[in-house]
Design a protein around this ligand. Sequence first.
Ligand code: NAG
Ligand code: NAG
Ligand code: NAG
Length: 838
Amino acid sequence: SSQYPYSPLLSRVCRYPLGMSGGQIQDEDISASSQWSESTAARYGRLDFEEGDGAWCPEIPVEPDNVKEFLQIDLRSLHFITLVGTQGRHAGGIGNEFAQMYKIKYSRDGSRWISWRNRQGKQVIEGNRNAYDIVLKDLEPPIIARFVRFMPVTDHSMNVCMRVELYGCEWLDGLVSYNAPVGEQMNLPAYPAYLNDSVYDGAVIYSMTEGLGQLTDGMCGLDDFTLSHLYNVWPGYDYVGWKNESFPTGFVEIMFEFDRIRNFTTMKVHCNNMYSSHVKIFHQVVCYFRSDSDWETTPLSFSPVVDETPSARFITVSLANHMASAIKCQFYFADAWMLFSEITFQSDTAMYNTTLTPPQTELPPNIQPDDPTHKVDDSNTRILIGCLVAIIFILVGIIVIILWRQVWQKMLEKASRRMLDDELTASLSIQSETFAYNHNHNQSSTISEQESNTAYEHIFPLGPDYQEPSRLICKLPEFSQSSDEPASKSTTTTVVQDGVPHYAEADIVNLQGVTGSNTYAIPAVTMDLLSGKDVAVEEFPRKLLTFKEKLGEGQFGEVHLCEAEGMQEFMNNEFFFDISEDQPVLVAVKMLRSDANKNARNDFLKEIKIMSRLKDPNIIRLLAVCIYSDPLCMITEYMENGDLNQFLSRHEPEGHLALLSNAPTVSFNNLCYMATQIASGMKYLSSLNFVHRDLATRNCLVGKNYTIKIADFGMSRNLYSGDYYRIQGRAVLPIRWMSWESILLGKFTTASDVWAFGVTLWEILNFCKEQPYSQLTDEQVIENTGEFFRDQKRQIYLPQPVLCPDSLYKIMLSCWRRNTKERPSFQEIHRALLDIQP
Ligand SMILES: *[C@@H]1O[C@H](CO)[C@@H](O)[C@H](O)[C@H]1NC(C)=O
Ligand SMILES: *[C@@H]1O[C@H](CO)[C@@H](O)[C@H](O)[C@H]1NC(C)=O
Ligand SMILES: *[C@@H]1O[C@H](CO)[C@@H](O)[C@H](O)[C@H]1NC(C)=O
């Protein structure tokens, strides 16, 4: 089948919380080396739980040089674990214990324990910096285990408490270990390629025994194995390789052991095939099976079709429904070298439930048997995830740099803008104080450490942390107890280098909008500076609002279209001079359900603060609020012609057709005028480093004379539910508007807003008569995203609309450039659009 190897769906499935916070892991499966008291027992070590005294705490302070305390989780079956999350003991503000560092040990059988190391061989993982924030760490390489231990590590004797979660999925391969000859070194002309198994977790003497490693780490090798050094690992890193010379028998034998007797359908071997370096796919494989104590005498033999393409690929070997708990395969050389990067097994997983304890974790809610997302071949899951992990590995670095540069640019542009000059000055001081505040519990660590360590946190917004934005926000100074004093000036100066604040990706704050969707994402530093000032909007008397229509609803609230009487008094004159005194004004009212939890409320207040700062003629303004009583409301402008999508759908281009049908028309110039305004509003947002995340015609409102204002109601409207793609029954994403890096990596930046702008422009030129990629299903759109990533000229671009001159289509295409750096800025787009208008 033509499986799409980078399917993000699969990776999402395999970053699923395994049940500490969700409760699927039973109390009796959580144990610890010791406990401080009954109320800090192991079972209270669940991430995000506040039961007992708020966390697991060991009996005695943890000493440096003596790591022996641990919190242990038994998952009841083997799992592929890709991510871990930790948190300290907060206990409503009473607790202040957390683990700054920790190690992980794991075991597949409960007796042999292995210390986890990252790909550089480092065991210690940076943990928490305060008692409340959840810190997520990717496990690179991932762990395949049933038991996992978290072991707090300290640099001085201190009390430590932990709450933890594991993320991953069941390990359906069932492979417990493979034994293979040690990988060798290949001398290339310029440098050697080390083809050893660098993450093997078993014993390595003359051969590798009792472990798993690179062949199961889900990371596929490159076509050209000599190039891995470009990604900061040594040449040949992804591969384990052997040379014919060392094997007089002509084959390499690998033995695979499984957790139980399985009914095997296939084995997939990812092989390199780089002829020019004398590397080829094996020319034959012979496999023996063992189900009890004896090896079956008749082996299975298979010879792949070898072709001349030098690309690495999976070779699928049919195992013909053999029953076995161990398989021994002899791979025959076809050339001087043979290089493998992954081996996976597919077996009858239906039997799983009957012979083993039922899996402890729930599948994502929407993964039902009839769900197409579940029909994907599970066997590939691990590989595919690994591939994705590999991509992320490579790209995260690049994107961090891009973002960094953008911040720089934005800051410089900002500085040059007279109107923002004073704000910048103010922001630098406020932001650095807050920054220092946030970390002043933790004097021993410097800020530069923070930056480097946080870069890998939160790289998967679509993972569990995506659901947690509110938590971060509610810990910001103004929402937590304000008794702590800001840190001294000297701390402050270490924060700001060269007068320019910089932040890691991890400092991005996602706001959960009233409708349960994320609204703007902005850098935390900006957030801090925003919160430093008073809200400039006033309370509006609720009774003066007249309900007209429900615009949309979401998890936490509703958006109503209302008429507001006497709103004029509340409105700042600068933008609303054209509204007559006595007429009621059309407004959108975002309303938080009165039963919304505290986090949602805090988010809502935060959103008010952000919205109140947005002042641009092309951005919807916050007019007033009702926050003295429930339900909390946010009153924003609404425009008489509704949203741009509906507006254009009702109109036709100028021409014969329109004349005949008598339909209202919009001229090309007015289309351009509207597009230019959107670009202008986005230029403003990007100058503040705001990322909209959901730019589309449905989110632009149309007023008199084709004026446009950008809003963010789209996601809450049933009308547009078809524009969003639902993942795990939770997050919804406008995939047809999203850049490839947003879909595959969960990266939302101004550059991804630029991508969405390109799609919006396309919608406009099509008069919104067609959904983008309307001929593709959601799954195909995601596959197409993969083609954008691979960039092998197989990606499908949106076609040039009939009305669209080449110059405009060129702008669209530039917005969809693969390389985010090569996409134009909103300044450039705005300028280019102005040039197009006659
Ligand atoms: C693999 O080879 C590299 C490069 O020589 C070396 O640094 C590393 O320690 C080796 N790893 C193992 C597990 O042998
Ligand atoms: C293995 O699975 C196949 C297909 O699911 C089935 O036809 C076969 O009977 C099974 N073999 C055994 C020994 O259970
Ligand atoms: C492997 O090496 C043997 C000698 O050890 C040689 O006879 C054989 O032709 C080689 N095979 C390949 C495919 O290079």
